[in-house]
Write a protein that binds this ligand. Structure first.
Ligand SMILES: [Zn+2]
Ligand SMILES: [Zn+2]
Length: 333
């Protein structure tokens, strides 16, 4: 049975999954049949029954006719059970517990995020928000995440537009590292680090890629990877669950603008989109954001050995390049 082990030297919990072997895989994805998307309409019976779907009231559950569907992830490593965290001398571990869901964003396997009608993407983002809020309603949940992967090199196994949701009873190391920095800043200033950095970025402008009334796309000052771009809400919000119905179309718009810019500037690179959020609202120090990460370089051995990132593209250059690609895109349509 898969187990979670706490790293005694840092904030990470590691999922030990020996049966996964060394193969790369989407969490819980069904391997694709030759040339056919397993998520396409008509294949519903081969997948777990849907949790919720966007479909006309006349169309029965678990059949075709849907616009988007949410399912329990088929064959995921996390079991729906109470987390039995235990100590073993200096070590802590427990059987992997949590919930994973698969969000099939569109019936058309070839539909791309940047081509999706904006109203459809808005509905999909609302689905993500509502499912994540529902998953976080279990008080044992310490971390929720949404990940969206395009391209084999980024880890995608199925090309069909989809995202993965995960709710687990252990914190996430990357969110915890950001939260520790934010808490230290808050302890000294009484302010949110993310809000302060965003204000500074908007004043300097050089790393801002695009912005609208509710969100800003910005290349972070110390971007870990080339063209790493964050989408940050202008208003302080610790949890994605708090994003309002009015601002979802603006999030859809900015996300599409950014992905179009990345695809046109970088020729459709494999990309990971990762949501960093608190599971529930109310944290005055943490501030949710989407991290959009084109996969352009392989991490070299030296990077691993030295423990720091090597980024050959300064974020100021990346932001300028993306702004130019977007301007071109807007002119040529
Ligand atoms: Zn904030
Ligand atoms: Zn983050």
């Amino acid at each position: 049975m898969p187990v979670l082990r706490k790293d005694p030297f840092g904030p990470a919990w590691v999922l030990m999954l020996p049966e996964r072997g060394l193969e790369r895989s989407d969490f819980g994805s069904v391997p694709p049949a030759e040339g056919v998307s397993p998520y396409a309409p008509g294949n519903e019976a081969a997948l777990p029954p849907e949790v919720v779907a966007l479909r006309p009231s006349t169309s029965p559950a678990n059949g075709p006719g849907w616009r988007a569907r949410v399912l329990p992830a088929p064959a995921g490593p996390f079991a729906e059970r109470e987390f039995d965290e235990r100590s073993d001398g200096l070590f802590r571990w427990g059987h992997a517990s949590g919930r994973q869901e698969l969000v099939i964003e569109h019936p058309d396997s070839a539909m791309r995020l940047d081509d999706m009608p904006q109203a459809h993407l808005t509905d999909v983002l609302r689905l993500y928000r509502d499912r994540l809020a529902q998953l976080a309603s279990d008080p044992a949940v310490r971390h929720v995440q949404m990940t969206r992967t395009t391209g084999r090199a980024a880890g995608a196994v199925v090309d069909h537009p989809h995202g993965q949701l995960l709710a687990v009873p252990v914190p996430n190391r990357w969110v915890e590292e950001e939260a520790a920095a934010a808490e230290a800043h808050h302890a000294v200033t009484g302010r949110c680090l993310f809000c302060d950095v965003l204000e500074e970025e908007l004043r300097r402008r050089e790393r801002v890629v695009s912005a609208n009334a509710a969100f800003v796309a910005v290349a972070p000052y110390a971007a870990h990877t080339p063209f790493e771009t964050w989408i940050v809400p202008r208003k302080h919000q610790s949890a994605f669950a708090s994003v309002t119905a009015n601002s979802l179309p603006l999030l859809a718009e900015l996300l599409q603008t950014l992905v179009r810019g990345i695809n046109s500037a970088l020729e459709e690179p494999p990309t990971n989109i990762i949501l960093h959020t608190r599971p529930r609202p109310g944290d005055t120090t943490y501030h949710w954001h989407l991290e959009v990460l084109p996969r352009l370089t392989r991490q070299a051995g030296l990077d691993w050995a030295s423990g720091s990132y090597v980024n050959p593209t300064p974020p100021e250059d990346a932001a300028r390049f993306l702004r130019e690609a977007m301007a071109l895109f807007q002119v040529t349509g």
